[in-house]
Design a protein around this ligand. Structure first.
Ligand code: ASP
Length: 599
């Protein structure tokens, strides 16, 4: 139907006859001449209709925004003053000689430009229109370029693209499963994969050696701003590659993407052990663009009378730390109050600070509600340790280790953003040497990555002191976001059983849930390992989008619903009967609000 896209026309096309198909972006009647901005996925071009071509003109008079047109015309240069340098096609216009209205359109519920004023719910309800907007077209276009570059890179490096099932058994990645009732197996359920983890490991047992898949994963968890119940992973697994080899090939992929698509050289990614990341930056995914650090001062606070500091300083599970904010003395009191509220989200009971007005005058040069509780030699030691200069501010965290780490880690990022402290545009990093397990509330242990991650110690050491064992896991972090994570896996059946036991998964449950894996490990499983990247988050970072929803064609809302299709939806009784399911009314105590999903 068309000879060329609207958005690609330029001076080199002058005098060509073209046929265009697209949507009316704008229509203007300039006293006898009608201008139609015609839009397709490549961009917009101006089409001119004048009354000399009577039929066309009459038709053009009828068109309205979002009508679908087919236009034939001649490309011509715009005259000097009408050249539009803001438009890619702004040097030319098309003089329309034939016009066909392929379809009309109702007035859209919102204007399809970048000055979007409607709420996201309206955008998502009419997503097919929202996606016509330039920003969204650009994002999905870019996403396609990224997946294409990834496929090329992995293909060049000998990886095979292999699909794994969507209807499967639970794959533990720390979230709830989405369940699908089976019609043919009464009372039984499939689980949608939280990741292809076990299948990709089995593919290694089968000898495929290098696997990848751009895979949909499903996790039913409480949604946070950058999470979706279904999301896409670039899932990778390899055999006979060391931790070092895996990191090198995947780092190469991300470096190439940034090189090819952003013109950015990310350089070699530095490495940092997990313990150091938590200690110095209060996060297992530190944003290395921000030059602020948490500095331990536990030893300085052991003997002070100020209980807020001395109690955690004398508690083995406590942490007392200081963070110097250069020139932070300018932060107004009101803002500090807002930060105090901010850290309370992480359980911090307060946010002590000292403004260093004159470090040479410890009596009068320190402005703070807490200095009166601290001996001046302690103040002096703190100032020296954090390297504070006049005009700086020092924030303090004193509580149990978890609260201090999380609160000051989050505050560090917030200050980085609020005070625009970023020292560079991109800061990639590998975080390594993760613990195998973390403690849960009931005193038990849970896998920090997943239960298939190999320990970096011997089986004996693991069994003797699992709480301190480290794993062969690695996370790739970019600008404070976890881009991807993976590990070398356990390929030895008895080691896998040991880990299950440490996790409190008894023999019967092991067989029931993971019998197929344990069996496979008995038949010559090669040493293997891999990693998965979150594709949505990667695209979000690369496009500078604010929300992960802006890089997904049809995302879910924060409450895990689709407002366009109205999913999840009710099903009729016949379908339920086929599935042997009877809904029960939700007990009063479980009802969250009247808009909840009561049956
Ligand atoms: N399956 C892991 C995840 O989804 C990634 C991996 O270990 O390869 O996070």
């Amino acid at each position: 139907m068309r000879s060329v896209y609207c958005g690609v026309l330029n001076a080199s096309n002058i005098d060509e006859e073209v046929t265009l198909c697209g949507w009316v972006d704008r229509r203007r009647d300039h006293g006898g001449v009608i201008f139609v901005d015609l839009r397709d996925r490549e961009g917009i071009v101006q089409v001119v209709f004048d009354p000399d071509a009577e039929d066309n003109f009459a038709l053009a008079d009828k068109v309205r925004p979002e009508f679908v047109l087919r236009v034939t015309g001649k490309v011509r240069a715009r005259s000097g003053t009408t050249v539009n340098s803001n438009m890619a096609t702004g040097e030319v216009e098309v003089y329309g000689t034939a016009l066909e209205i392929l379809n009309s359109s109702e007035t859209p519920p919102f204007q399809l430009d970048s000055h979007i004023t409607v709420g996201e719910d309206v955008r998502l309800k009419y997503r097919y229109l929202d996606l016509r907007r330039k920003e969204m077209q650009k994002n999905l276009y870019f996403r396609s370029k990224v997946t294409n570059a990834i496929r090329n890179y992995l293909d060049d490096n000998g990886f095979l693209d292999i699909e794994t099932p969507i209807l499967t058994r639970a794959t533990p990645e720390g979230a709830r499963d989405y369940l699908v009732p089976s019609r043919t197996h009464d009372g039984k359920f499939f689980a949608l994969p939280q990741s292809p983890q076990l299948f990709k490991q089995l593919l290694m047992v089968s000898g495929f050696d290098r696997y990848y898949q751009i895979a949909k994963c499903f996790r039913d968890e409480d949604l946070r701003a950058d999470r979706q119940p279904e999301f896409t992973q670039i899932d990778i697994e390899t055999s006979f590659m060391s931790e070092e080899d895996i990191m090198s090939v995947t780092e190469g992929m991300i470096r190439k993407l940034f090189n090819e698509l952003q013109g950015v050289d990310l350089g070699d990614f530095p490495r940092m052990p997990y313990a150091e990341a938590m200690e110095r930056f209060g996060s297992d995914k530190p944003d290395m663009r921000i030059p602020l650090e948490l500095i331990e001062i536990k030893d300085l606070m052991k003997d002070v009378e100020f209980k807020v500091f001395s109690a955690p300083a004398n508690d083995p599970k406590g942490r007392v730390t200081a963070m110097r904010v250069p020139k932070g003395g300018e932060i107004p009191r009101k803002r500090i109050d807002a930060y105090t509220k901010f850290v309370s989200i992480y359980g911090a009971k307060g946010l002590a600070y000292i403004k260093v007005n004159d470090k040479g005058d410890l009596e009068n040069g320190l402005q703070s509600p807490i200095v009166k509780f601290l001996p001046s030699e302690v103040c002096k030691a703190i100032i020296e340790r954090v390297g504070a200069e006049n005009g700086d501010l020092i924030f303090f965290g004193a509580d149990n280790c978890k609260v201090v780490t999380e609160a000051l880690g989050a505050l560090r990022c917030k200050l980085g953003e609020d005070l625009d402290l970023y020292t560079c545009e991109w800061a990639p990093l590998w975080v390594v040497d993760f613990p195998m397990f973390e403690e849960i509330d009931n005193g038990g242990l849970t896998a920090l990555h997943h239960p298939f991650t190999a320990p970096s110690c011997s089986p004996e050491e693991l069994a003797a002191n699992p709480a301190v064992a480290l794993s062969c896991a690695y996370d790739m972090v970019l600008n404070g976001c976890e881009l991807g994570g993976g590990s070398v896996r356990i390929h030895d059946q008895s080691m896998q059983q040991t880990v299950f036991e440490i996790l409190g998964i008894g023999e019967e449950e092991q067989r029931e849930k993971f019998g197929f894996l344990l069996d496979a490990l008995k038949y010559g499983a090669p040493p293997h390992g891999g990693l998965a990247f979150g594709l949505d988050r990667l695209i979000m970072l690369m496009t500078g989008s604010e929300s992960i929803r802006d890089v997904i064609a049809f995302p879910k809302t924060q409450s895990a619903a689709c407002v366009m299709t109205d999913a999840p939806g009710a099903v009729d009784n016949t379908q339920l009967k086929d599935l042997h399911i009877r809904l029960r009314a939700k007990p009063q105590s479980e009802k969250v609000d009247s808009a909840g999903s009561e049956e």
